[in-house]
Write a protein that binds this ligand. Structure first.
Ligand code: SF4
Length: 525
């Protein structure tokens, strides 16, 4: 008999722990599933430990699909794991296959992510990413009863990247996420900020991803520039000094910091924690003890703040700062980063051109009459000529890759194809101070945020779900389908209480939605 202890803990508002497992083909990093017998025994005596998270394509793109490992965890422990799905190199059909396999294995908790940059870029072609927002929307439509988690990276220190994260989170919840899990991070100010923002805007339970952070792990993360994880120089210095000078190489203080983080997020109002890097049963028990001791030391925020300060202070008296120096943006700060004159002018001109040519008026009517007959005949000579013309005009103008479903009017005229992951609905978690995870440009969603904020259309970043582009329509003209009223498909998400996971939650959310006609995007929604 399987128990969805995660759903029970959420429904009863009981703080919980989840342990993260990383299935991998890499022998060194492979999680030792043989330890699960021991973990299962710990689970029976540790009711706070309600589930396992099983990651997807974290180590490499060759990692085994997590459904098999999750199913084995379910068999061993009798408790429903949380299966991760990463959109790296995947499309909607892949997601639907995973859903089918999960159903066949009696699994019903999923975390849907876009995923970080693929480890090995192909020599030819471009990797496509299935975006988390339409993916969550699809899962909710197919599985109204499931717990569907979305990810949030609250560790952002510039206005544009931070606001874009929170706006995308609204879309994820509007699309059907009923649980939110943060990126790994060590900044309690940002963790508290996330609770405040989420509880003010969306009453959805938050889970903090925490990590047993040793000097070796921190160095590995910095060396490999793990997407969206901030480990500052001062934090690294503290860990190095402890590893060098303390007889236990700092392990007691590392455990103490993890215990304090867990106590801190519970005090802040988190629903639970997802613990990364801790699998051995004896370590889980040691952590339980350390958390009990930290709880006794820190009955309130004031005592916790003092204990955290002590845990972050080195023997030289230096306090490690988990936030990057000189970047102190906080949610609620006044808007400072408006679009530049050039960004604003570009938006206004392209919007006027779009309206005149594709929306209404005599030119749009003539072009519609001319191009509409080519809908469904994009592979003809005329269709291919139109594709060449569209690419020749739009590529130099906006970086167009002729995705076959132009979304520019829904993306503030910043082409989603200029994001290396092709994301249209908001940023991935990988930005660093507005820079793209790929390191070669500003994140396009930071620019979109500036333009939307300046034009007073931020609601588009919060409420318009832009559907994924099917691969089979790529690299052909989008104009005939546009004039035929077929694309792109935008769903207007309504803001509202998502509710805790339960049998009616999915239905309630679906009823809130009304599809926006594909060729009509409301300008004053
Ligand atoms: S442009 Fe932004 S969303 Fe796209 S890959 Fe870079 S950081 Fe991620």
């Amino acid at each position: 008999m399987t128990v969805n202890a995660l759903a029970e803990a959420l429904a009863q508002r009981r703080f919980f722990w989840s342990l993260e497992f990383i299935p991998s083909v890499d022998r060194i990093l492979r999680d030792d599933l043989s330890k699960l017998g021991g973990i299962a025994a710990v689970m029976r005596t540790t009711p706070i430990l309600v589930t396992f998270a099983v990651t997807d394509r974290v180590v490499s793109e060759r990692d085994p699909e997590p459904v098999a490992a999750a199913s084995s965890l379910l068999d061993t422990t009798g408790k429903q794991p949380l299966v991760h799905f990463s959109g790296k190199g995947r499309e909607t059909a892949d997601l639907e296959r995973v859903i089918d396999r999960m159903r066949a294995n009696d699994l019903s908790n999923i975390l849907v992510l876009t995923g970080d940059r693929v480890k090995q870029e192909p020599v030819t072609g471009r990797v496509r990413y299935l975006e988390s927002v339409p993916a969550i929307h699809r899962v909710r439509a197919l599985c109204p009863e499931w717990i569907i988690a979305g990810a949030l990276n609250p560790f952002k220190y510039c206005e544009e990247e931070g606001m874009a994260q929170y706006m995308k989170l609204e879309k994820k919840v509007g699309a059907g996420a009923n649980l939110v899990i943060t990126q790994i991070g060590f900044d309690p100010v940002k963790l508290r900020e996330a609770v405040q923002v989420v509880s003010e805007n969306r009453a959805v339970p938050l889970v903090a991803n925490v990590l047993l952070l040793s000097a070796a792990r921190a160095r590995h993360m910095r060396r490999n520039q793990l997407a969206g994880i901030t480990i500052t120089d001062s934090l690294m210095n503290l860990l190095d000094a402890e590893a060098e000078r303390l007889p236990d190489r700092g392990s007691a203080r590392i455990l103490r910091r993890l215990a304090l983080q867990i106590v801190g997020v519970e005090l802040a109002g988190y629903a639970g924690v997802q613990i990364t890097g801790l699998h051995a049963p004896e370590k889980v028990l040691a952590l339980e003890e350390a958390v009990e001791s930290a709880k006794a030391d820190c009955p309130d925020q004031v005592t916790w703040d003092e204990a955290w300060k002590e845990a972050m202070t080195g023997s030289d008296g230096e306090i490690a700062d988990p936030a990057p120096q000189g970047h102190g943006w906080r949610f609620g700060d006044p808007h400072r980063h408006r679009a530049t004159l050039a960004e604003r002018a570009r938006f206004l001109v392209l919007d006027a051109v779009h309206t005149a040519i594709f929306d209404r008026g005599p030119i749009a009517a003539c072009l519609g009459a001319l191009f509409r007959p080519l809908d469904g005949r994009e592979d003809t000579v005329a269709g291919r000529a139109l594709h060449t013309a569209e690419r020749a005009i739009k590529r130099p103008l906006v970086g167009c890759d002729t995705c076959g479903m132009c979304r520019l009017h829904a993306t503030q005229y910043v082409c989603p194809e200029t994001c290396p992951k092709g994301l249209a609905n908001g940023p991935c978690g990988g930005t660093t101070l507005n820079r793209c995870e790929f390191g070669d440009r500003e994140c396009i969603h930071s620019r979109k945020y500036r333009i939307a904020a300046s034009a007073g259309i931020e609601y588009q970043l919060r409420e318009w779900l832009i559907q994924a582009v099917p691969n089979e329509i790529r690299h052909r003209t989008s104009w005939p389908a546009h004039f035929a009223g077929k694309g792109p498909s935008i769903v207007q998400l309504h803001r509202g209480e998502p509710g805790l996971p339960g049998p009616d939650a999915g239905q309630a959310r679906r009823d809130e939605r009304s599809p926006v006609p594909s060729n009509h995007i409301p300008r004053d929604a």
